[in-house]
Design a protein around this ligand. Structure first.
Ligand code: PRP
Ligand code: URA
Length: 207
């Protein structure tokens, strides 16, 4: 399994403002958009390309185009905050949805919705801003594997060591791309230092 972490001063700048408790939902959404754009480019660095003959206004030219279709699968609800940058960068991307919610007491993920397109030939990218225990991510990765996905990546804004280890153990072939790797989880299984509840901060809902 490969683990990539953004290594760019702009990523540090954006994540610091995202973490800041005084950041309001409108700015939070725009910071998430910018960070996800960076993550999407990093995560798709290894996309295969095939040769395509075209003609420029001056002469024939052997160019290259993307080899496989892309599917992005946001985990509802917080993952929706990462969808638009993928659609803007890759206009032909198909979108699948998985609804998962952590139980407040047990921190176990419960599935409440699933709608996936054909995944067989595609590069599937599961997106969720927070990788805490890894329970939600593994649930989603199980679902896309069952639906036939071959090449799968996981893209998160903040990950914990525990979450990365969990994914590594259960889905060793999945490539993970993070904005930042945080140190640990607190007693309530929240990422520390983290940023709190991503979904609540994105949508302005009280915790
Ligand atoms: C958050 C987050 C992940 C999950 C991470 O979602 O968006 O899906 O928790 O935690 P885990 O790694 O321990 O599973 P949440 O369940 O709070 O739902 P929401 O997106 O609807 O707010
Ligand atoms: N979900 C969040 O939104 N934040 C965390 O720190 C953990 C799970």
């Amino acid at each position: 399994m490969s683990l990539r972490i953004l290594d760019h001063p702009l990523a540090s700048h954006l994540i610091t403002h995202l973490r800041d408790r005084t950041t309001k939902p409108a700015l939070f959404r725009s910071l998430s958009y910018q960070l996800t754009t960076m993550l999407a480019l990093e995560a798709t660095r290894g996309l295969g390309t095939v040769e395509r003959e075209i003609e420029t206004p001056l002469m024939p030219c052997a160019g290259r185009v993307l080899e496989r279709p892309l599917v992005v699968v946001p985990i509802l609800r917080a993952g929706l905050g990462m969808l638009q940058p993928f659609q803007d960068l890759f206009p032909d991307v198909s979108v699948g949805y998985l609804g998962l919610e952590r139980d407040h007491d047990t921190a176990m993920a419960r599935s409440y919705y699933s709608k996936l397109p054909v995944l067989k030939e595609a590069w599937t990218i599961v997106v969720d801003p927070m990788l805490a225990t890894g329970g939600s991510a593994c649930h989603a990765l199980d679902a896309v594997a069952e639906a036939g996905a071959g090449h799968v990546s996981l893209v998160c804004i903040i990950g914990s060591r525990e979450g990365v280890e969990q994914v590594r153990a259960r889905h060793p072939r999945v490539e993970i791309t993070l904005g930042v790797l945080d140190d640990h989880l607190n007693a309530d299984k929240y990422i520390v230092p983290g940023l709190g509840d991503f979904g609540d901060r994105l949508y302005g809902t009280p915790g």
